[in-house]
Design a protein around this ligand. Structure first.
Ligand SMILES: [Zn+2]
Length: 123
């Protein structure tokens, strides 16, 4: 399942727009970008091997840990197009995986752990 970058980015935007409003309105200073694949250091920095599959990555200081300190660099959520395309058999699966991945990474931004995110069904 392969689509153009433009189409993929459009689906990511839709996934962001489908977030609950409470979430969306509190997403300050966070950029969401699309990349082909994680870099080797993005994998190793997160305790993953080069064979692990990573659909998305949150990098930054989660909101609850910020206190009054506002980082100058925006937080970054990266959605990886190629692994998501590889996992999807059709456009519906692709769209579902993008929504799940965006929600998963946004949940990290709000300070939830992977365990808590799993329990929300967004693992
Ligand atoms: Zn996670």
């Amino acid at each position: 399942m392969e689509i153009s970058r433009e189409h993929f980015e459009g689906l990511v935007r839709e996934a962001v727009m489908s977030l609950p409003e409470d979430f969306r309105l509190n997403m300050d200073n966070v950029s969401i970008i699309v990349a082909d694949e994680p870099t080797p250091s993005q994998l190793t920095d997160n305790g993953l091997s080069q064979h692990d599959v990573l659909y998305g990555l949150y990098e930054g200081v989660p909101l609850p840990e910020r206190g009054s300190y506002m980082p100058t660099l925006p937080d970054l959520i990266t959605i990886f197009q190629t692994p998501i395309e590889r996992a999807a058999r059709d456009i519906d699966e692709l769209q579902d995986q993008i929504v799940t991945t965006v929600r998963h990474e946004v949940a990290h931004y709000f300070g939830f752990s992977d365990l808590e995110i799993d329990e929300m069904g967004l693992g």
